[in-house]
Design a protein around this ligand. Structure first.
Ligand code: ADP
Ligand code: MG
Length: 331
């Protein structure tokens, strides 16, 4: 069915069911001029937005609609996770090209609702407009965090460990495979492509870090090099990362060989991994490792003096400055 057959209001009507997954804090959801929510007492509110633009952030030829919806929501939940917060509500705005099928938009919302259900996030409103040039999806998420548990980029301390969740670089390698096209032919491709299309926000680890007291945190959206520099800048410290300790998936080595790239470059300069990069005192880290997560944690370096800068020790033991070249929209 075509969008023009249902119109803007018909479409909103089709999307608004099953959008509330934690009703305790929603007074008014989709349907009025504005949503109304009940903030928990004495919590700080976190607000974040991420916009995905067709042919800048995604291509319709390489993503299923539900994957796109899942990712549009996941990247926002990841930003809340990276502050140590709990995601609560989402507002979704979409600009839709005329010719897009209604089924596509339904699929998009199925993906969003799937991840919202998992993390008990409510979709409480949005805006729906037409677009002359491609699909645009903007998701805004509100979350909350106790003032004492907020984790910013700026608190890294000399002597802290530098730690990442999961394996890094999968998403960028997955994008290379998707761009190449015949990725189904490669047995190693699936986890990489999945990491790119449906990244999982590390909300559970983020919360544990908030409670145990990580000193700084960032989600890896622009590559390890860029994020490490952001934490170092914000905190007024230096960071040293040991290349041999960066966790890379076995499949990443196979993809790197296929594209004739260095595996670790996917981790350093790729992006969209949406794993967490954080700094934490050694004792606090010890406590963290006693907890149970469905994702592994790896110490990749330490916080050092600001004068030293952000450094990479490569596999041959040589030290170089790690420059932040991730993706940058206006370069
Ligand atoms: P208004 O004209 O008052 O801004 P709209 O007619 O645009 O309201 O939207 C009607 C209701 O549907 C509002 O509650 C709005 O938040 C919600 N809404 C509109 N578009 C979307 C969307 N794409 N996703 C979720 N909710 C939406
Ligand atoms: Mg109105």
């Amino acid at each position: 069915m075509q969008l023009k057959e249902v119109g803007e209001f018909g479409l909103i009507d089709l999307l608004k069911d099953n959008t509330i997954f934690d009703s305790s804090s929603v007074v008014v959801g989709i349907g009025d001029d504005a949503a109304v929510v009940l903030p928990a007492p004495r919590q700080l509110q976190l607000l974040t937005a991420d916009m995905l633009v067709e042919n800048v952030h995604f291509k319709l030829s390489t993503t299923a609609p539900w994957q796109l919806g899942y990712k549009a929501m996941a990247v926002n939940l990841s930003d809340i996770a990276a502050m140590g917060g709990i995601p609560k509500h989402a507002v979704v705005s979409i600009a839709i090209p005329q010719q897009l099928e209604l089924e596509f938009i339904k699929g998009l919302y199925e993906g969003m609702k799937e991840i919202c259900r998992e993390f008990s996030v409510n979709i409480i409103g949005g805006d729906t407009v037409s677009s002359p040039h491609g699909l645009v999806i903007n998701v805004t998420v509100a979350g909350e965090v106790e003032a004492a548990n907020l984790v910013r980029r700026s608190g890294a301390q000399l002597g802290d460990l530098v730690v990442v969740t999961g394996t890094i670089g999968n998403s960028a390698a997955g994008l290379d495979l998707l761009t190449r096209g015949n990725w189904e032919d490669y047995s190693f491709a699936w986890p990489l492509v999945t990491a790119h299309l449906t990244p999982r926000p590390q909300v559970k680890v983020g919360r544990a870090l908030a409670e145990i007291g990580a000193t700084s945190m960032d989600d890896i959206s622009d590559g390890l090099a860029s994020e490490a520099n952001e934490i170092a800048d914000a905190s007024g410290v230096g960071i040293v990362i040991r290349e041999s300790d960066i966790p890379l998936a076995p499949q990443l080595y196979e993809a790197a060989a296929l594209f004739d790239k260095k595996p670790v470059d996917y981790a350093l300069y790729g992006g969209e991994d949406f794993q967490l990069l954080f700094t934490i005192g050694p004792e606090q880290y010890q406590r963290l490792t006693e907890l149970d997560f469905d994702i592994k944690l790896t110490v990749i370096g330490e916080v050092i003096d600001k004068q030293a800068g952000v450094l990479l020790i490569d596999k041959e033991g040589r030290t170089t400055t790690l420059k932040p070249h991730g993706y940058n929209h206006f370069r």
